[in-house]
Design a binder for this molecule. Structure first.
Ligand code: GTP
Ligand code: MG
Length: 194
């Protein structure tokens, strides 16, 4: 993918807020603080297009970013963080379920996992939702710069076992080294080409 321009279009919580038009969308889902926004920034070669933060729960709305004249990258709010305000937490589930089940522009979801962690129930549920709504998943295992090669192999086995995935399903990534960037674009390109 050659990214010429990336532009923030809008934020929203419900269908009335989604952008008009029929550009295909690739959304990014995962736990709070896992690195969704950082991954988007690396993919589009921008340091701060999407706000990243060491404070979990930074992204609380669905954010739409247009790439070239061609498609949207959609940053979804993270799940599984105890300290986001209660009303934000209550709204999360219907907001996500509505977007994933109703958004016709959506052609795939990048599900991001932390290489150092055992996937939580919400990670599993997200994968089940994607299967139930027939949305192709791209599973990215991020923060790979934080572990050794041995640890990566060990954690991969844990993740595959817990998520019911095969080795070929995992895309290793690091926002620091940018390892994996091209491979993830290849997967996104394949979904956009369908
Ligand atoms: P929310 O919007 O709060 O759900 O978080 P997010 O998933 O968008 O995470 P974000 O991209 O804001 O990153 C969270 C923290 O992890 C930040 O401090 C990032 O710098 C850090 N981070 C993200 N990706 C990587 C990575 O690949 N390696 C390392 N070492 N740190 C990372
Ligand atoms: Mg974020």
């Amino acid at each position: 993918m050659i990214v010429k321009t990336t532009e923030f279009i809008k934020s929203g919580t419900k269908p009335a807020h989604y952008p008009e038009g029929d550009l295909p969308e690739i959304a990014f889902a995962g736990r709070s603080n896992v690195g969704k926004s950082s991954l988007i920034n690396v993919l589009v070669n921008r340091k701060n297009l999407v706000r990243t933060s060491s404070t979990p729960g930074r992204t609380q709305l669905i954010n739409f970013f247009q790439v070239n004249q061609d498609f949207m990258l959609v940053d979804l709010p993270g799940y599984g963080y105890a300290k986001v305000p209660l009303d934000v937490k209550r709204n999360w589930r219907p907001m996500m379920e509505t977007y994933l089940s109703k958004r016709e522009n959506l052609v795939g979801v990048v599900l991001i996992l932390d290489i150092r962690r055992v996937p939580v129930d919400e990670d599993l549920q997200m994968l089940e939702w994607l299967r139930a709504f027939s949305i192709p998943p791209i599973v990215v295992v991020t923060k790979c710069d934080k572990v050794s090669k041995n640890e990566r192999a060990k954690q991969s086995a844990v993740i595959m076992q817990r998520m019911g995935l095969d080795k070929g399903d995992l895309n290793y990534f690091s926002a620091l080294s940018k390892e994996g960037k091209e491979g993830i674009w290849d997967r996104i390109d394949a979904l956009l080409a369908k």
